[in-house]
Design a protein around this ligand. Structure first.
Ligand SMILES: Cc1ncc(COP(=O)(O)O)c(C=O)c1O
Length: 413
């Protein structure tokens, strides 16, 4: 686990990227340098992949000091690793958190955090629309351990007020949501939860710390699927948790035993991806907005979900709490459901895949991927039409993506 790392304490994220009056470094600089202000091995400029399970000590006193936490160091690979520690430090700095730790996947981060903080009789309040794996924890696994769950209508604040006032140990939020990009107002929701004595966890996977910092808006913990935008190259799974030291330490203590440890090779790939995080996200913000504007009002499309569009119901909140609107949008094709496959298969610059956040554009229909287990009626209640497509823009040129979409719309009109 990474607490304040000595040589990086000076790194503080400023509110906006670009020139800042207090002279603190911006997110682009921090994405590159945080965790890597000093070289680790023989002056190599890049963080090495420390592919070692164990750490040997010739001096028993030193071994004991590391084992008891009096001295920093590593004992065994399930607990910690020098390469993963660098990754943890990167997210700690970018989320401006007290502490951070890592996991084998985003779902490992989410499940380890919830299973650490909850006990039989605890109560969680969350929203109806969370990532499918998180929903399964709420609907299937946590209730088995006697945890009470109430899932609120995602954008109905009064519903959250009623649910939290009935008792709340953890308020778990995700914004923007998957796949219809609904936006939750984090400041009043965090206040509500704190008045009830609850811990607030926010899944920041879709926004990334470039676009949104939930801790600055009142959350206690932020979780990431690093597999998505943070890594950005679709070649490594990983999960990250950042926030209050007391809470991160408890989750780390559980993960050490649970064993959902991130491997050093994946950590290396995620570190390499994160160096270009700001560049990629700025490009993806611009492209997703351009694509959304092209699709909005197109006769072949019945609806476009993107918080950057002025017509989006969460646009005003998004402007307040986000610096950019993200790289994912979704839209519904006009016509009968048979058009969906023809349309997707005629796209050129896209992977048809169950994933998002990569440098290549990725598209897929929630009805056969993330929400396949729901009925048509259940999907419709969440605003997921049978012809809805989730479209995660990559870093290609936006004109090429727009021409591609335009040609596929014409070909299947
Ligand atoms: C918002 C969100 N949270 C969590 C996860 C789970 O992450 P992982 O696949 O790394 O376990 C995903 C995966 O798609 C996601 O989209």
């Amino acid at each position: 686990m990474t607490d304040h790392c000595e040589n990086n304490d000076a790194l503080r994220v400023r509110d906006k990227a670009g020139a800042d009056s207090d002279g603190s470094p911006g997110r682009g600089t921090l994405s590159v340098w945080s965790g890597e202000m000093e070289t680790m091995f023989e002056h190599a400029t890049q963080t090495p992949i420390v592919q070692s399970v164990s750490y040997a000590y010739e001096n028993m006193d030193e071994w004991a000091a590391v084992a008891t936490g009096e001295k920093s160091g590593h004992i065994y690979g399930r607990n910690s690793n020098p390469t993963t520690r660098v990754l943890e430090e990167k997210i700690r700095v970018l989320e401006n958190a007290e502490a951070a730790t890592s996991f084998a996947s985003g779902m490992a981060a989410i499940s380890n955090t919830l299973f650490t903080l909850l006990s039989p009789g605890s109560r969680v309040v969350s929203q109806k629309e969370t990532y499918g794996g998180t929903s399964r924890l709420f609907l299937e696994f946590l209730p088995r351990f006697g945890v009470d769950i109430e899932l609120c209508d995602t954008t109905d604040f009064a519903h959250f007020e009623r649910a939290v006032s009935a008792g709340c140990d953890v308020l778990y939020l995700e914004t923007p949501t998957n796949p219809t990009l609904k936006v939750l107002d984090l400041v009043p929701l965090c206040e509500l939860a704190h008045n009830a004595g609850a811990v607030v966890i926010v899944d920041n996977t879709f926004a990334t710390p470039i676009n949104q910092n939930p801790l600055a808006l009142g959350a206690d913990l932020v979780v990431h699927s690093a597999t998505k935008f943070l890594g950005g190259h679709s070649d490594a799974l990983g999960g990250l948790l950042a926030g209050r030291t007391d809470l991160v330490e408890r989750v780390f203590a559980y993960r050490e035993i649970n064993g959902a440890t991130l491997g050093p090779m994946s950590a290396f790939l995620l570190i390499r991806g994160m160096k270009t995080l700001e560049l990629r996200i700025e490009r993806q913000n611009q492209t997703a907005l351009a694509v959304s504007r092209f699709l909005h009002g197109h006769p072949g499309i019945t609806e476009v979900h993107y918080p950057g569009l002025a017509s989006h119901p969460g646009h005003e909140i998004a402007i307040r709490q986000m610096r950019g609107f993200g790289g994912v949008l979704s839209f519904t094709l006009a016509g009968d459901p048979s058009r969906l496959s023809r349309f997707l298969e005629s796209l050129e610059w896209v992977h048809l895949a169950a994933h998002l956040g990569g440098v290549e554009t990725i598209a897929g229909p929630p009805r056969t991927t993330s929400h396949v287990e729901l009925t048509t009626v259940e999907r419709s209640a969440l605003g997921i039409s049978e012809n809805l497509i989730r479209y995660s823009v990559g870093i290609e040129n936006s004109e090429d993506l727009i021409s591609d979409l335009s040609a596929a719309l014409d070909a299947t009109a």
